[in-house]
Each structure stands twice: as C-alpha cells, then as structure tokens.
Design a binder for this molecule. Structure first.
Ligand code: ARG
Length: 452
C-alpha cells in the first residue's frame, strides 16, 4: 500500500479484463515494436539516453519481436506489456524507453503505422477488381444487354458499358482510400500525453524512421486525432456500398440467366438439390452493413470527446479494423467472382430488346427529323400501350400527327431502329454505350489503372 507504481494500479480489480486492450492490440504488436525502435534510436541520437542503453533496449526488443505477441507478460495494453518485457530482460534501464513519450502518442502512431499497410491492401484489392471489370469490358464491347432503371427494362446497353460504370465508381474509391492514406501517413510521435515534452526530441527523425511523410504538428491534435480512422472507414464504407450494388446486379443477372457464376463462387442448398445459390455475392452485398456499422461505431465513439486523450479512443480503432478487414476481403471476393463469371451473350441479346427498350431510339430519331421530342415521346408512349410493334408505332403516329409516319421514317428505317444492336451503336455520345464511345472509356480506365 502507498507505493503507487503503475504495476500496482493495474494489479487487479473486477474491471481488469474490461480495461485491458492487450488481446486486441495484437493487431499493432509489430507496429509498436517499430515505434519503440524508432523512438529509442532517436533518443540515443539526441543524447537523451546513452547509446549503450539504447543498444540494450533494442536487443531486448529484437527478442520480444521474435517471441511474438502471445509471449508478452500481462498488461493494460501492448505498450505497457512490451515495456514490462524489456524491463524483465534488461532491468530498470529498460524503463528509459518511455522517456519523452506517452502511450497516447505511442498508440496513435501505432494505429497509423498499421493502418497504412491495411489501406494499401484495400487499394490493391480495388485495383484487382477494377482490372477484372476492365477485362470484362474488353471482352464484351459488342455484347448488348438490357439496361434497367427502376429494375425495369429501359434501354439496350452493352456489358462493357455496365462493367466500366462500376470500374469508374471503384476508381473513385481507390482515390478516396489513397487520400485517407495520405492523411494517415503523418506521425504523432513526440506529442507525448498531449502536452509535449521538455526533452530535446526530434519528431521529424522518428517520422522519417517510421516512413511517415511528416508529423502531426500540434501535440494535442497528435494525441487526440482519430479522423484518419474516420477518413479510412468512410472511404471503405463507400467502397462497400459500390460492392453491394455490383453484387446485387450480378445476383439479379444470374437470376435471369444472363450470367453464370462459376461454381467456385456459388453454393448449393443442403436440402434442395437443384439449387445454385450466389452466396458469395450475397455476402459481398451484406458487407455494406458491416462497413456502415464500423463507420457509425466510430462516429458515435468519437462524438463529443473532450480534448485531449480519453480511453474511449481505445474502442475506436476496432471499428476501423473490422471495416477494413471485411471490405478488403469482400473486394477480393468480388474481383474473383467478376473474373470467373460467364456472360450468356445470346440470352442477353434476346433480352436487350424485350420490353420495348428501343422506344427511346425511335423517339430520338423522330426528334432528329424535326418533331418536338415531346410529340415523339407521345407517339411512342401510345405505341407502347399497344405492344410497341411497327404497326402499333404507325397507328400511334397517325393518331398523334396529321401526317403519316412515312413523312419521317421508312418502314425499313423503323425496323432498324427497333434493333437493340443498332440502338446501342447510335448512342455514341461521349461516355455512351456505343462500342466507339466505350473504346475511349477503356483508354481512360487503362491509363487510370496504370497510374493507380
Ligand atoms: N491502450 C490505449 C489505447 O489504445 C492507449 C493507452 C493510453 N491510456 C491512457 N490511460 N492514457 O488508446
């Protein structure tokens, strides 16, 4: 009693397990070793500790790194446990490791150090998915398919145009992840508890040793800030939202027979022998829920925290880890599913014209001939009510106009306009589905994939 050393304060009590983050800290074990090393090297370079002392500590850290997280002594967290292990090995001099720092700047540095790696994995996963989509686009520039709005047949498009629509969206996710990486890539080390230190530390040096692009300048901000977790989790939640749409499309397409998922990405039913279920894609779709939970968990944990450090922050990082793990895995799975899916060209071609999807093409042509688009729309809307056949269109035109449709279009031209292939070829406006327009989009995608 009365000897208030830290070990005593964390020696027991019913909340011991509740307080400790040691188990969860396995995620940042290697990061903490790296941070300890950099800090000790800097302390020695600055003459704050003796070189011989630094060398003893570094040797102990080497051994602790080899033994791994599971060999650590008990502790409130990985930082404390590693420090205890160092002291066990080299005696009290090991306690010099924690000169001029706090666990507050230490943990913030560890999180950033580890998250960088995870963000790069997630970026790689987006690149793999984008290149799978690019390959689909290269193979299916001429494969017409129905395009939908409100899940109803709308206008014919191509598989390439569909694939690149997702590639472009996920390219922005890559950008957001890289932007999150840049903001993560700053070192808070040396901010100490939040209030700096009287020791002549060199924060730029530890940042450099740890590969950070710079430091978080304000020491209170350095210890407190977790918006790098927020940036990353938000970027991942956006990616997960895109993945859910992509998965949903493929599930619907599989349901209609437009695509065949490879068996490797499908499951069977334990009772219904005929089933081939798109289970992996459904789990990709569900990952948006995991990511949204992570983002919400983080936002609500961070909300209203006073400056500077509060141990609520210990619970913040788990939301980011669960999100990055789930979303990166789902992105990898989506890439595999996209790459191994077979497109049923002939069924798609048949379906492309179903539901009078070329009505807009006819209306557009009549408008190009000088009719107000609204009048053309009225003709085709009436024709649609009567099945959308050539006869129905002619009858509707006679009804709406004072002159026969022939004034504008021959029957032959009309028939051509009702062909989905023709319809796609005509829509060659920039960014459109015509093979010529898609070729330009493919160039953009290929260049962006090179750069990213
Ligand atoms: N384990 C803590 C975390 O993950 C860091 C420890 C700081 N603890 C403290 N009481 N200041 O945030």
């Amino acid at each position: 009693a009365g000897t208030a050393v830290r070990g005593d304060r964390f020696s027991g009590g019913p909340a011991r397990e509740f307080l400790s983050s040691l188990a969860a800290d396995e995620r940042i074990f290697e990061a903490d070793i790296a941070v300890d090393r950099a800090h000790v090297v800097m302390l020695a370079e600055q003459g704050i500790i003796e070189r011989s002392e630094a060398s003893e500590i570094l040797t102990a850290l080497e051994a602790i790194a080899l033994d791994g997280h599971n060999s650590l002594p008990d502790g409130e967290d990985v930082h404390e446990a590693i420090e205890s292990a160092v002291i066990e090995q080299v005696g009290p001099v090991g306690g010099k490791m924690h000169t001029a720092r706090s666990r507050n700047d230490e943990v913030a540095t560890c999180l950033r150090y580890r998250l960088r790696e995870d963000l790069l994995d997630s970026v790689s996963a987006t690149l793999a998915l984008r290149s799978a989509l690019e390959n689909v686009a290269r193979e299916h520039g001429d494969t017409v398919m129905p395009g939908f709005t409100h899940l109803q047949p709308a206008q014919p498009t191509t598989v390439a145009h569909w694939a690149l629509s997702y590639e472009r969206a996920i390219a922005r996710d890559t950008e957001r992840l890289l932007a999150a990486y840049d903001r993560t890539n700053r070192s808070p080390l040396g901010g100490a508890a939040f209030a700096g230190t009287p020791f002549p530390i060199d924060r730029e040096r530890t940042a450099e040793l740890l590969g950070f692009a710079g430091i978080v300048e304000n020491s209170m901000d350095a210890a407190s800030a977790r918006d790098f977790l927020l940036d990353s989790t938000a970027a991942l939640a956006g990616l997960a939202t895109h993945l859910s749409g992509l998965a949903e499309d493929l599930i619907v397409f599989a349901n209609k027979g437009y695509v065949d998922l490879s068996n490797e990405y499908a499951s069977t039913s334990s009772i219904m022998p005929q089933k081939k279920n798109p289970d992996t894609l459904e789990l990709v779709r569900a990952t948006a829920g995991t990511a949204s939970a992570g983002l919400d968990g983080l936002l609500t944990t961070l909300k209203g925290l006073p400056r500077a450090y509060n141990i609520d922050l210990q619970r913040a990082s788990g939301h980011a880890w669960s999100t990055v793990d789930a979303v990166t895995e789902a992105t990898d799975v989506a890439a595999g599913a996209v790459a191994s899916t077979a497109w049923n060209d002939s069924l798609l071609a048949d379906a492309a014209g179903e539901g009078f999807t070329t009505a807009t093409a006819v209306a557009d042509r009549l408008a190009m001939c000088g009719l107000p688009f609204r009048t053309a729309h009225a003709i085709l809307a009436e024709a649609a009510q009567h099945g959308g056949s050539v006869d129905a269109i002619e009858a509707a035109a006679a009804d709406v106009l004072d002159e026969p449709l022939e004034t504008y279009l021959t029957r032959e031209e009309l028939r051509a306009l009702l062909d989905p292939v023709h319809s796609v070829e005509n829509r060659d406006s920039r960014g459109g589905p015509a093979p010529s327009a898609v070729a330009a989009q493919l160039d953009i995608t290929a260049d962006a994939l090179d750069v990213d």
